[in-house]
Each structure stands twice: as C-alpha cells, then as structure tokens.
Design a protein around this ligand. Structure first.
Ligand code: C5P
Length: 318
C-alpha cells in the first residue's frame, strides 16, 4: 500500500476503498497484562468494501455522514476517532467532510469499522498533507483498535499480540472465493465474545511467552493460506466459534447450511461472528452454491455475498 497519491487537486473528492476481512485462523493463546487476549491469527482481505469520500475544509471541523442510518456518525465511530487522532498531529486548523458508503455488514466479525478507521487514516494523511509513512500510520492505528493495523495493508497477514503485530505473507491464490452469510438482524459484541471465552476456557489458556512463541512458530509453518490448494478440504480454527455458536442460533444455521453445500474448501465463522463463510476454488463455484441454496438461506433469514480474496487493504480509488 502506498500512503502517497500524486494526482490530487485541492477541491477534489478523495475516494478510498475499505475492504472487509475474514479470519482464516483465530487462536486464543492466553491473557495479557493489559486485559486483552494474546492471539495468533491469519487475516485475509476480501473484495467486499466500504467507500469513503473525503473533502478538505478550512473550518477546523470534522463531519461524517453515512448512507446507513443505523450507524452512529458521532465520536464513537472509528472514522471520527481516526480523524481526531491525526488532527492532533497536524499543526494546522484543518477540517474534513467525510461521507461513508457502508457495504460491509455492521457488527459482523468482518472488521468493517476497523477498515473505515484505516481508510480515514490513509485518506486524511494525504488530504491534510501530513506525510506520515505507512509504518507510522500502522503504529498510530493500533490506538484505534486491534484490527485497524491489519486493515491498512491487508492482503494475507499473520497477526499476533492483540492482533496488531503483523507479519505480511505473500498473498495466496486470489482466485479463491468466499461465500459469506449473515443474519442482518443479529450482531455479536466482540468484548462479550472474548469475555465469554475467558469465563469458559481461561483455565486451559497458555500462560507463558515461551509457549505462545511455540504456537506462533507452528502457525508460521502452516502453508495452506499462502496458496490454498483448490482440491483439498481445509479445517479452519476459530476459538471464538466455540463460544459464539452455542449462544447464537443464526451462527448455527449459517454453519449448518454452508456445511451442506458441495465443493467448498472450508467452512467457519469469521472473527467474533455472527458472519460465517465457505471458501471456494473460484467465484463461479461460490455463486453456483449461493444460487443452489438460495431458498435455504432465505428461510433461515440469512443474507449472502460472493466475493474474492483481495491482495490489498485500504487503497485510493480516485
Ligand atoms: O481492540 P478492539 O477495540 O477491537 O477490541 C474490542 C474488545 O475485544 C476489547 O475491549 C476486548 O474486550 C476484546 N479483545 C480482547 N483481546 C484482543 C482483542 C480484543 O480481549 N486481542
């Protein structure tokens, strides 16, 4: 990802694409001193993206509008938090008018809010001429949330620590497609999911750095996500699935229906849910499965999307 965009004129609208992610692996290693969980994950950007438009203003105000009225556009929105964070660094009285076109389902375990926060960092860094490098933006972004650093560069990455310690992998096969399903009436709180895991499973968590590092090493050796073999079934681990699925009927139905679909490479929940996905060797087979099972999905109240793996995180569109 480049933090630099060459051809921009002062009054122009700057447009940034903010893609969702899925988890190809989410393993809880243990508890950290800061109260967060120590994680070992593989995250993958997908081609389902929000779009943000930025326009510079000189009134020192930051305003956000959104085409989805269910989303707050106030200070709890990560776009506003990102803007405030960058404005602290800027020495000018800069402002921005931002419009968010929401395509990523909200509260879904797809890092939609984090992607928007990362897009705001990229867009405003450019708009306000701050000239921060990608690695400076990455460091700042960890203050906004555990998934925001990943969303900046995206692609396929190992994510350790809270999720912010990144090791970029050569993106695997981008012809791999995702059939994503979610009940639009249901969302899962991430703090609740981690809290529940702590309550039920903390007695079996690892508790020393040496053991954490052993698990990280093992994950680094797993090769399938560096190039998913198109004919082999893969087992995806998500430790939050075992706490969220038993409590969430929409996740159980999604996993059941996806597991019945023929030809998929893997089926799992993403992040803290409730969105679930099946991987397919290509977009055509994902779309065929989606069509074949449209009645079952509709009867279960599930909305579905077909998209591909994406090699990149947030990026300028114009
Ligand atoms: O960092 P983020 O704001 O996305 O985290 C939301 C919540 O999820 C945290 O407040 C915490 O309860 C939980 N969490 C955690 N361990 C992580 C990441 C998130 O316990 N590594």
């Amino acid at each position: 990802m480049s933090a630099i965009k060459m051809d921009y004129f002062a009054d122009e609208i700057l447009r940034v694409s903010a893609p969702a992610k899925i988890n190809l692996h989410l393993e809880i290693l243990g508890l950290r001193n800061d109260g967060f969980h120590e994680l070992a994950m593989v995250m993958q950007s997908i081609d389902l993206a929000d779009e943000l438009d930025f326009q510079k203003t000189n009134d020192g105000l930051i305003s956000l509008s959104c085409d989805d009225s269910s989303l707050s556009t106030e200070k709890e929105n990560l776009v506003i938090k990102a803007a405030e964070l960058l404005r602290k660094i800027s020495e000018q009285k800069v402002g921005a008018s931002i419009h968010l076109r929401k395509r990523i389902p909200i509260g879904a375990g797809l890092a939609g809010g984090s992607a928007d926060g990362a897009a705001a960092l990229l867009g405003l860094n450019y708009l306000w001429g701050l000239q921060l490098t990608v690695s400076q933006l990455e460091k700042l972004s960890a203050e906004l949330g555990s998934d925001v650093p990943f969303c900046l560069e995206g692609g396929t990455q190992l994510c350790f620590g809270r999720g912010e310690c990144l090791e970029k992998l050569n993106s695997g096969d981008t012809s791999i497609a995702v059939l994503l399903v979610k009940d639009p009436r249901v969302s899962v709180s991430t703090p609740w999911a981690y809290g529940r895991s702590k309550k039920l499973f903390s007695s079996s968590y690892l508790n020393d750095e040496h053991d954490f590092e052993e698990r990280r090493k093992l994950l680094r050796e797993v090769t399938w996500f560096k190039g998913v073999p198109s004919n082999q079934r893969i087992s995806i681990r998500n430790d939050l699935q075992r706490v969220v699925a038993p409590e969430t009927q929409a996740v159980q139905s999604a996993l059941e229906i996806l597991s019945e679909m023929p030809g998929s490479l893997a089926v799992a929940m993403s992040g803290s849910g409730p969105s679930c996905f099946a991987l397919y060797p290509d977009l055509k087979s994902a779309e065929a499965a989606n069509y074949q099972f449209r009645r079952q999905l509709k009867a279960a109240g599930l909305k579905s999307w077909c998209c591909s793996f994406r090699k990149q995180g947030v990026r300028f569109l114009k």
